[in-house]
Ligand binder design. Structure first.
Ligand code: HXC
Length: 262
């Protein structure tokens, strides 16, 4: 597949690769327009369907993961334009449907839709120069790709309201302190760190990875009892996989497991 606004590659052992997707509109600080989001959705779907890919890393440039949705492209949209064309839902929601783990490796600006895109990933590893924000209020709009929902779930109401109402940016240290990102590393170590995490993830069995992702996501999407029940049933179901037998037998026999992703 050919892309103009993203770059894709794979790395790692042939049987179990990490797919790296790089947002690539550097002059516009990776502002997210429809073409870019269409391409990203296509790439993610292709990697999701590729049995040799175990984990996906989404990244941008040193200066910007993404400085938001493309303001120039949106400036003249009318209500009918955005409603009739299902703006955002049409292509951004693809990311949520990817069942394999997706790590956001964020350096530089992750603002507006860029912050929302990072939050749609399963977790965020940030470079020490990362800056997160939901500055839509400055443009007379509000976040439109889940920011008002995922940010408070990640960092609590006080910080989320502060960000959404003032439009201020949060640096990497604050983002780690409040739980928006899982790790902060020096800029020149960002991809090594993300690849290390991705390769670790790739070493595990696919059914249990997908089940873990589904179960953790449930914590964000429903009540506690339902979430715990959902987790319990997935947990029970994993005892029907070969990987569970292999993983536990390998532990008992003090050897490395050879997962079959079955
Ligand atoms: C279109 C953008 C852009 C954006 C930057 N650019 N952000 N173009 N949409 N979101 C363009 C600039 O116009 C400029 O183009 C070039 O990228 C470099 O940006 P500068 O502003 O010159 O860089 P700098 O001075 O370093 O400032 C960086 C910045 C600033 C602080 C990130 O660019 C900025 O505030 N950007 C907008 C951030 C924002 O409001 N994001 C939310 C968008 S709304 P030229 O041609 O002049 O060189 C949104 C809604 C989401 O995301 C709703 C659902 C998805």
């Amino acid at each position: 597949m050919t892309y103009e606004m993203i770059v894709t590659r794979t790395e790692g052992p042939d049987s179990r690769q990490v797919a790296i997707v790089t947002l690539n509109r550097p002059k516009q600080l990776n502002a997210l327009n429809d073409q870019l989001m269409d391409e990203l959705g296509r790439a993610l779907k292709a990697f999701a369907a590729d049995d040799s890919v175990g984990c996906i890393v989404l990244t941008g440039s040193e200066k910007a993961f993404a400085a938001g949705a493309d303001i120039g492209a949106m400036a003249n949209y009318s209500f009918a334009d955005v409603y009739n064309n299902d703006f955002i839902t049409r292509n951004w929601e693809q990311i949520r449907s990817i069942r394999k783990p997706v790590i956001a490796a964020v350096s530089g600006f992750a603002l507006g839709g860029g912050c929302e895109l990072a939050m749609m990933c399963d977790f965020i590893i940030a470079a020490d120069n990362a800056k997160f924000g939901q500055p839509e209020i400055k443009l007379g709009i509000i976040p439109g790709a889940g920011g008002t929902q995922r940010l408070p779930r990640a960092v609590g109401k006080a910080k989320a309201m502060d960000m959404a109402l003032t439009g201020r940016m949060m640096d990497a240290a604050e983002a780690e302190r409040v739980g928006l990102v899982s790790r902060v590393v020096p800029l020149d170590k960002l991809m090594d760190e993300a690849m290390g995490a991705a390769l670790t993830i790739c070493s595990y069995g696919q059914p249990s990875l997908m089940a873990a992702k589904e179960a953790v996501n449930r914590a964000f999407e429903g009540g506690l009892s339902d979430g715990v029940m959902f987790e319990r049933r997935l947990f029970h179901a994993l005892f029907a996989t070969q990987d569970q037998k292999e993983g536990m037998e390998a532990f008992v026999n003090k050897r490395k497991p050879a997962f079959k992703h079955r």
